[in-house]
Design a protein around this ligand. Structure first.
Ligand code: IPE
Ligand code: IPE
Ligand code: MG
Length: 260
């Protein structure tokens, strides 16, 4: 529980209340990735249709994006739809595919005011045209913004991403643009969809599931993990601060002896 909430904001208007005594502003994670899980269970508990949970989850995305921006976090990657989520009933998939348009249209004035840049990772070509257009338009409108990068993982699968990177590298080796000796970790990084982003410092998964579900397998090699039973629509500032506070107490050693 956060005991003492203080009004503390770098931007004045959208004031952020954080517990100054618990959050160390010096080592806020640069990149936070979230597996937003539990929308369906949230709705079920209320005898509502699953899509009501997704709608509520979208409100949480809005709230958490504001907080991340206020805190000066550089990248917030949100797992919104996996390559495996196509297995769900068509009506649910259709609703999930309509969310970017709904979310981005209504949130756009605030995204611009805050200077938030929208990005995405995932197979964009596999998305319905209207979803693709909504994402493309948001990325285009916000491309010169220099604040928080709000990165949606949409039709994203880490294994598919790695397969594509391997194939692209093999083509370059075959046509002589790359030699085998040049293939190293840095080069593989450059062929992934996250080539322009730092690796996540903190991974959060909600809803009590303790797995990665094909999310950023390469990029999470040295990320700190934090799991909570809270369902994504119930995730709030307090839970977010709890995760960041836990992160700040970790000792990141990267295989060495730092801090021992
Ligand atoms: C997360 O909530 C959203 C997506 C995966 C798109 P779920 O829809 O997985 O919710 P649960 O896990 O069924 O409760
Ligand atoms: C992971 O959640 C994908 C997203 C949050 C978008 P799932 O609910 O699809 O994962 P599993 O099926 O429980 O592993
Ligand atoms: Mg789930």
């Amino acid at each position: 529980m956060l005991k003492k909430l203080l009004s503390k904001s770098k931007k004045g208007k959208h004031s952020l209340e954080v517990n100054e005594t618990l959050i160390n502003n010096e080592c806020v994670p640069s990149h936070i990735a979230i597996i937003m899980d539990g929308n369906g269970r949230w709705a079920k508990k209320r005898a509502m249709p699953r899509i009501a949970g997704h709608h509520e989850g979208m409100q949480t995305v809005r709230k958490i994006s504001r907080i991340a921006d206020d805190m000066g976090i550089k990248v917030l990657t949100l797992y919104a739809f996996s390559t495996e989520n196509w297995k769900r009933p068509k009506s649910e998939v259709d609703y999930l595919m309509s969310l970017p348009q709904m979310f981005l249209n209504s949130f756009m004035p605030e995204l611009m005011e805050r200077g938030i840049r929208v990005e995405m990772i995932g197979d964009k070509e596999g998305l319905p045209t209207s979803t693709k257009v909504a994402l493309n338009e948001a990325m285009e409108k916000t491309k010169n913004n220099t604040g928080l990068i709000l990165n949606f993982a949409m039709n994203y699968g880490s294994r598919a991403e790695i397969v594509k990177a391997m194939k692209d590298i093999m083509v370059e080796v075959n046509n002589g643009k790359l030699t085998l000796d040049e293939v190293d970790e840095t080069l593989i990084d450059q062929y992934l969809l996250t080539s322009n982003l730092p690796e996540p410092d903190l991974l959060i998964r909600t809803s009590g599931e303790v797995r990665l579900s094909n999310f950023m397998l390469w990029q999470l090699a040295y990320t700190e993990f934090w799991f909570t039973d809270i369902l994504w629509p119930d995730f709030n500032q307090e839970t977010f601060m709890e995760a960041i506070q836990a992160y700040q107490q970790r000792n990141r050693r990267y295989g060495g002896l730092k801090g021992e």
